[in-house]
Design a protein around this ligand. Structure first.
Ligand code: C5P
Length: 210
């Protein structure tokens, strides 16, 4: 019989506010993470989905926690993970946030040309005691960068994709990815729907945990 797993999945972008009406972010739509959540729930697993600001419906059978900033996502993930769970980090977490967020909307005359930034925590690197799956959305040196991140973040697997390719990456309904493993093994998948990629990821997690 198949083992029932607990999946914790991050999805979407984060927003890092400069003042109440301005923020730094990225074009992630959350489609890949929501597809993984949907595939894991359909396979009978328990799923907690920690979602940044996205316009997507919660897949059936999924517990969803909404967050806005990287620090909120970090706190929600630390609360959600359980020993031995599978943590799938699809979110495009902002690496930096403004050092300060103004309490009120800044007038143009009050704004500086320079915004001082500070580093956000690396959620994937910080999680321990779980099987960790990462994503590497790259524009160049895709497999080299993915392998480095796989090692540095102690991952069971990283899903690499070239976001400059048509029909792969941000906003698209399809993706063409390569599964990269810590021992250097690489498994390229053909271009397929994000839901099909998600199904392959869930099956791989089941194999890793069996
Ligand atoms: O941004 P980077 O390319 O390092 O992202 C690789 C992986 O790490 C992704 O799975 C992403 O979700 C995760 N990550 C994270 N927290 C960050 C940055 C990235 O969990 N602050």
């Amino acid at each position: 019989m198949k083992k029932r797993l607990h999946f914790v999945i991050t999805a979407g972008p984060t927003r890092e506010f400069i003042d109440p009406v301005r923020f730094l972010s990225n074009p992630s739509t959350g489609k890949m993470g929501f597809a993984v959540a949907c595939a894991a729930a359909r396979s009978g697993h328990d799923v907690t989905l920690v979602a940044g600001p996205v316009a997507l419906k919660t897949p059936r059978g999924v517990k969803r926690v909404d967050v806005v900033s990287a620090r909120e996502m970090f706190a929600a993930v630390m609360e959600a993970v359980t020993p031995g769970c599978v943590f799938v980090a699809t979110a495009a977490v902002a690496d930096w946030r403004p050092a300060e967020c103004a309490g009120k909307k800044l007038k143009k005359t009050e704004m500086s040309d320079v915004i001082k930034l500070v580093r956000n925590p690396d959620i994937l690197k910080s999680v321990g005691g779980c099987v960790k799956i990462g994503f590497a959305a790259e524009t160049n040196d895709v497999l080299k960068e993915a392998s480095r991140k796989c090692r540095e973040k102690s991952l069971a697997m990283i899903v690499a994709n070239d976001v400059t390719e048509k029909g792969a990456g941000f906003g698209s309904d399809t993706n063409r990815v390569v599964f990269v493993y810590p021992d250097g093994r690489k498994e390229p998948l053909k271009k397929m729907s994000k839901l099909a990629v998600a199904g392959r990821i869930v099956r791989e997690c089941e194999n890793i945990c069996s």
